[in-house]
Design a protein around this ligand. Structure first.
Ligand SMILES: [Zn+2]
Length: 188
């Protein structure tokens, strides 16, 4: 799986040079050439998948597991005390290269990297949105039904058995207001 016009596929193929920091049979990690902070690293599958949502679970599992190892190296190699792990899914989220990639951005205490701006929910808004999301997850167990059978016998089989797999999605349990206020999807 390769896209002739994809800059990351070209990096995988060696047609474009990069500062590689990690490589195995399925995953490559290299420095972002426009770093948010020194040591800002991208972790990608060698095969071309457009984004997080379009990547098969077994590939995603390998990439995320590799990202965990790479992040440990980034911390040790840069002297950073923390990192952000993120991916942009879709152009509206700021995705610039259509090949799944996770950013590992080294962080230090009191650095200049600003967290995302957060807001408050209006009265009743959180419950309404949580229900809308939960409703869809109950009715459509996976956004990628084509991968469902593959995933059930892949490395993510354990996760599938516990949660959103062939046994069906878990029942939706709205959080209590206290729990809801303690959780922030926007916090980086
Ligand atoms: Zn690609």
């Amino acid at each position: 799986m390769k896209d002739e016009n994809c800059v990351f596929c070209k990096i995988v193929a060696g047609a474009i040079p990069s500062f590689k920091v990690y490589e195995d049979d399925e995953v490559l990690a290299f420095l972002d050439i426009h770093p948010v902070s020194p040591g800002h690293t991208l972790v990608i599958p060698k095969a071309h998948f457009p984004d997080f949502s379009a990547t098969p679970e077994e590939v995603l599992s390998r990439v995320v597991t590799a990202a965990q190892r790479v992040a440990a190296g980034v911390l040790a190699g840069t002297g950073a005390s923390g990192f952000n792990l993120s991916t942009a899914n879709g152009q509206s989220a700021g995705q610039e290269v259509g090949h799944l990639h996770f950013h590992i951005i080294p962080r230090k205490d009191r650095d200049e990297h600003k967290p995302w701006q957060q807001r408050e929910y209006a009265e009743g808004e959180a419950a309404k949105i949580a229900n809308a999301i939960g409703e869809r997850l109950r009715n459509k167990a996976s956004p990628r039904p084509a991968y469902r059978r593959q995933a059930s016998r892949g490395v993510s089989g354990g996760f599938v058995a516990q949660g959103v797999g062939s046994a069906g999605p878990p029942p939706f349990r709205p959080s209590s207001p206290k729990q809801a206020s303690g959780y922030s999807a926007g916090r980086q």
